[in-house]
Ligand binder design. Structure first.
Ligand SMILES: [Zn+2]
Length: 213
């Protein structure tokens, strides 16, 4: 079978967006049951957002990570033009990160992506590559999701702090990107989580071409 990870020009990271973490950030103690719980949570989230999780695959049970990237850096999540791959040991944030890549790089219309890329570039210093912008935007969504998400057994007071976290996240974004841009981003986030794109989107073939170098 044609494997986009290995056959594409530019190699694995050249062809996809790889999420790399340090060894300490991989939950090495995650047992079989917890791994299954993670797989289930990822599938449910992708089905809610995109209407399918058929393009999501998980690395072999024996592997803690997908591939070593460098010394003490390991790839635990990967988005390519055709699929998303996750380690079963990946932190939960990884699913939000990869889901956002899929949305921004594959599902949203090219002109909308360009708009978000421009907002990001206008408010972050330096000459940023497309890859850096894509990673920055995905991490912003992770911040948003982690501010909103609480474990099921959270104490009452953490619910109060959750409100502050959500407000803080929104304020931080407004401070940096302005109210108008923050509202635009939040609209995408909310559409994503409400399943809007699962019903109102198509895959743009021209988006896929950006992945091949
Ligand atoms: Zn990424």
């Amino acid at each position: 079978m044609n494997d986009p990870f290995t056959t594409a020009k530019g190699g694995l990271t050249g062809n996809g967006l790889a999420m790399t973490v340090e060894r300490e950030d991989i939950d090495l103690n995650r047992g079989t049951e917890e791994q299954e719980g993670f797989v289930k949570a990822v599938r449910e989230y992708f089905e809610k957002v995109f209407g399918t999780s058929d393009d999501v695959t998980f690395d072999d049970v024996k592997n803690k990570y997908i591939i070593p990237a460098s010394r003490n850096q390991y790839v635990i999540g990967l988005t390519t033009s055709t699929m998303i791959k996750l380690s079963r040991y990946a932190p939960y944030e990884a699913m939000f990160h990869e889901a956002f890549h899929k949305l921004m790089e594959i599902v949203l219309a090219p002109n909308i992506r360009e708009e978000f890329y421009k907002i990001y570039r206008d408010h972050n210093k330096g000459e940023l590559t497309d890859r850096q912008v894509a990673e920055g935007l995905a991490d912003m969504f992770v911040d948003y999701m982690t501010a909103r998400t609480l474990p099921k057994d959270a104490k009452w007071y953490s619910k109060i702090f959750k409100w502050f976290r959500i407000a803080g996240c929104a304020l931080g974004m407004c401070w940096k990107y302005g109210i108008r841009n923050t509202r635009k981003m939040y609209t995408v986030y909310q559409n994503m989580n409400s399943g809007y794109y699962a019903k109102n989107s198509k895959i743009y073939e021209e988006n896929k071409k950006r992945f091949v170098e």
